[in-house]
Design a protein around this ligand. Structure first.
Ligand code: ADP
Length: 396
């Protein structure tokens, strides 16, 4: 069984073809500059064969056609016929309150997604355009929508509500949704397998360019740090994370920004990029800190401090914790950030082993005596989407 996983943005389309008999990647690729001049597809197969096609893609339909052509190419592809693809899994940003799990795509699902574009205006149009194009060029192949939000649908109401009038929540659905759900689901399941206990209490720290934390018990999300949009919560690469809403209006007026510019500013110009003044990349910041750059040091300390605060609050939410888990580009690779977060957490029984923490690829980085497991579990969002797609299309 081969599953095609598609992650489409407004002008880009990432794809992976996965053999579900052993969960191995057959090929992966990327279409760039869809709808712009200078379109380009790049693809690489598991055995190292590479394809580059430079061709304009006026819409997602041409992009999807190009993807199929590249996968079917006799020399550089990996498929003889499109019929070898059993199902397609589409990453979709937002489920709103309409879906509580992944769903097999039909006309009604697309209509609901279209209605929810206002909740994800930057991503949803590309997601939907790609689903429609894929149906046009691939015909009857079953397709599944896997949402970034649905893993968090199990949050209790007291966790997802904001302190605003109830009728405003009801009418406009303004609430915490949470994102990175495919990663939190994948990593919490992998952690459950590693611990031999899928009911364990876990705090999952997905730290990448975008970062979020979730509190998971019995395999279900109890709370998460991202909110109505991915801007809430942690200090990220270029996102501010939590900030007093009154400061936002003050900042907007002082900087002379238009109302529609201020959210973009908080998403793109803030975070560790804004604090350090030169980079959103933890590697750059770590190198600069080691050379004595004080702002880089501050940015790293602030990022880790905010993670620590959320970890502590989620341990309180869960009533204790069995495992604190790091994942994502920073969580998997930055021993510095992990050590800053875990510093001084002995009070709750979580003690990091700094030698193990320094070893790349080590799963357990806690000391022998630590009551709480501290773990590094690599995420795999594409595989998470493929597993969901397999599960849903086999049932049908
Ligand atoms: P995205 O949210 O875009 O998926 P990733 O999860 O790939 O992001 O994480 C990207 C971040 O991971 C980069 O900003 C970089 O700071 C960090 N990162 C990647 N490799 C390393 C490394 N070896 N050491 C420290 N940080 C790293």
């Amino acid at each position: 069984m081969k599953i095609l996983v598609i992650n489409a943005g407004s002008s880009s389309l990432k794809y992976q073809l996965i053999d579900m008999t052993n969960e191995s990647v057959i090929l992966k690729g990327l279409c760039e500059r869809i709808t712009f001049a200078g379109g380009k597809l790049t693809q690489k197969t598991f055995d190292g064969r590479e394809t580059v096609i430079e061709k304009d893609m006026p819409s997602h339909k041409e992009a999807m056609q190009l993807v199929l052509d590249a996968m079917l190419d006799e020399k550089s592809g990996a498929l003889k016929s499109i019929d070898e693809i059993s199902a397609v899994g589409h990453r979709v940003l937002h489920s709103a309150e309409d879906f509580h799990s992944s769903v097999v795509i039909d006309d009604e699902v697309i209509r609901i997604c279209e209605r929810n574009v206002e909740l994800g205006p930057l991503h949803m149009p590309g997601n939907i355009a790609c689903i429609k194009s894929c149906r046009e060029v691939m015909g009857d192949v079953p397709m599944v929508a896997v949402f970034d939000t649905t893993f968090h649908a199990t949050m209790p109401q007291k966790a997802f509500m904001y302190g605003i009038p109830y009728e405003v929540y009801e009418e406009h659905k303004i609430r915490k949704y949470g994102f990175h759900g495919t990663s939190h689901k994948f990593v919490s399941e992998e952690t459950g397998k590693l611990l031999g206990n899928k009911n364990a209490k876990m705090v999952i720290c997905h730290l990448g360019n975008g970062s979020s934390i979730s509190a998971v018990k019995d395999g279900k999300c109890q709370d998460t740090s991202m909110g109505f949009t991915p801007l809430e919560g942690l200090i990220m690469g270029t996102r501010s994370g939590d900030i007093d809403p009154a400061a936002v209006e003050f900042l907007r007026a002082k900087l002379g920004l238009a109302p529609e510019e201020v959210v973009n500013y908080l998403n793109k110009k803030c975070g560790v990029m804004g604090i350090s003044g030169f980079s959103s990349d933890i590697r750059d910041l770590t190198a600069a800190m080691n050379e004595g750059n004080e702002k880089a040091k501050l940015a790293l300390e602030m990022l880790a401090y905010r993670v620590k605060k959320y970890v502590g609050s989620y341990i309180a939410v869960l009533g204790g914790v069995d495992a604190i888990v790091f994942t994502g580009g920073i969580g998997e690779n930055s021993s510095l950030v992990r050590s800053l977060v875990m510093e001084g957490m002995d009070y709750c029984g979580a003690v990091i082993d700094l030698d193990k923490n320094a070893v790349r690829g080590e799963t357990y980085i806690n000391t022998k005596d630590s009551k709480v497991k501290i773990m590094v579990v690599p995420t795999n969002e594409e595989l998470s989407i493929a597993r969901e797609t397999k599960e849903l299309t086999q049932v049908k």
